[in-house]
Design a protein around this ligand. Structure first.
Ligand SMILES: Cc1cc2nc3c(=O)[nH]c(=O)nc-3n(C[C@H](O)[C@H](O)[C@H](O)COP(=O)(O)OP(=O)(O)OC[C@H]3O[C@@H](n4cnc5c(N)ncnc54)[C@H](O)[C@@H]3O)c2cc1C
Length: 384
């Protein structure tokens, strides 16, 4: 009887709260925010007011200390309404996680405490113009100078970067040492020498802000270092092993929305004198969406449950969940467009946006090719 798929009463309440917020506040403005590439800060404020922002901040730092299962429950609902908007709180958790994993109690209070006192965000700066998947090839330099590090270099594609209080920056003490030379350090955005360029022209997820960050000899106190001088790369990888699970959750939300929109339309639209829902070709599309959605949801929750228990099996499971859920979401969006025919191709209906949004889930927090490398490594290691 140890196996139990039920949510607790608290988790059900969280789901209801997130669902209501997603339906009533996020979904109605998703099209407008997408069209205008507008960051809906008022929704971030409301998310904070209802207690769903930065939920992983520990109780000792003034937060709720919730786990990945709870993040997944919320993520599906927000992803259903607007994956672009969901990337904002999701990327904030991405910035919080390295501090949870490697920050001292004092650092957790100093950096995470303020995130619970007002609507505010964190962010995570690993990628650079010249490297993404090969993260150990990063070029942003950190030079020790007395009780400070001097950071210089350029980060690319950083979600929330400018809106956040701070970025967790990965920089190298010596590029030739590759991953062994990488440090993780918290760089507050109000330090001298930090500047941002907003990235325009994104295909989807246009409500989420994305930036290039330039660090021009930024002096950062050594007390902002997370872990030690050898542990930065490990911190980055341990973080992503967890935070790709919410990407899967958002993808489940996108897939559910695609199914909802396709099924509704199929019952209303008539062709050859009957609703297109009567045609088995359309029914099979809906059934296939359902198969993908249900399997992705249960597996994503499983990966989150493993991670919350500290089970190392979450490393491979989170890669499976992220790759699978983002692929079924893209496929569900594609099939929803096909179900709506010509109407699916224009933005009067929400399905073309689902496809544009879902594409990013196959790319960020490790492309799906990188997820397959992680999964294959796990399979082969077990046999050696
Ligand atoms: C909107 C957006 C938001 C983002 N937010 C953040 C953020 O907040 N913080 C952050 O640090 N980064 C962020 N990223 C960066 C993102 O994580 C990277 O884009 C991603 O990791 C891929 O890196 P890349 O773009 O450099 O592609 P590359 O690494 O150049 O890869 C190009 C292609 O080659 C493939 N490839 C590379 N290596 C291999 C290999 N060994 N085997 C097989 N295939 C391979 C890749 O899968 C991909 O298909 C964001 C990106 C976008 C677009």
């Amino acid at each position: 009887m140890a196996l139990d798929f039920s949510l607790t009463d608290e988790q059900k309440q969280l789901q209801q709260l997130a669902r209501r917020f997603a339906r009533e506040q996020v979904a109605p403005v998703a099209k407008e925010n997408d069209e205008q590439a507008r960051v809906p800060w008022e929704l971030v404020e409301q998310l904070y007011e209802i207690g769903l922002l930065n939920i992983s901040v520990p109780e000792a730092a003034g937060g709720l200390g919730l786990g990945l299962v709870e993040e997944v429950i919320i993520g599906e609902e927000l992803g259903w309404a607007d994956m672009g908007f969901y990337t904002i709180p999701m990327a904030s958790e991405l910035g919080i996680t390295p501090i949870l994993l490697a920050g001292s109690e004092e650092q957790q209070k100093r950096f995470l405490g303020p995130l619970t006192e007002r609507p505010s965000l964190a962010s995570f700066a690993l990628s650079e113009p010249g490297n993404g998947s090969d993260a150990a090839a990063l070029r942003t330099r950190a030079v020790r100078d007395g009780d400070h590090y001097v950071i210089s270099g350029t980060k690319m594609w950083i979600s929330n970067a400018k809106e956040a209080d701070f970025n967790v920056v990965f920089a190298t003490l010596n590029p030739e040492m590759r991953h062994k030379g990488v440090i993780a350090i918290v760089v507050e955005n109000d330090r001298e020498g930090v500047s941002f360029n907003k990235i325009h022209g994104k295909m989807g997820q246009r409500a989420a802000p994305t930036y290039e960050i330039i660090y021009d000899d930024v002096r950062v106190p050594a007390e902002n270092l997370l872990g030690d001088e050898q542990s930065g790369f490990k911190i980055a990888m341990l973080t992503l092993d967890k935070t790709r699970i919410p990407v899967a959750a958002g993808s489940v939300g996108v897939a559910r929305r695609a199914l909802d929109e396709a099924a509704k339309y199929a019952l209303e639209r008539e062709a050859f004198g009957r609703p297109i829902a009567d045609f088995q070709a359309i029914q099979f599309k809906l059934a296939n969406m359902k198969i993908g959605l249900e399997t992705a949801r249960i597996y994503t929750l499983y990966a989150a449950w493993l991670a919350d228990r500290g089970d190392p099996a979450h490393i491979s499971a989170s890669a499976v969940a992220k790759a699978y859920a983002s692929e079924i979401a893209f496929e569900a969006a594609n099939e929803a467009i096909q179900t709506l025919g010509g109407y699916g191709y224009v933005n009067d209906f929400p399905v073309e946006k689902l496809l544009r949004d879902a594409k990013l889930n196959q790319i960020y927090e490790g492309t799906n090719e990188i997820q397959r490398i992680i999964i294959a490594r796990d399979i082969l290691r077990a046999l050696k």
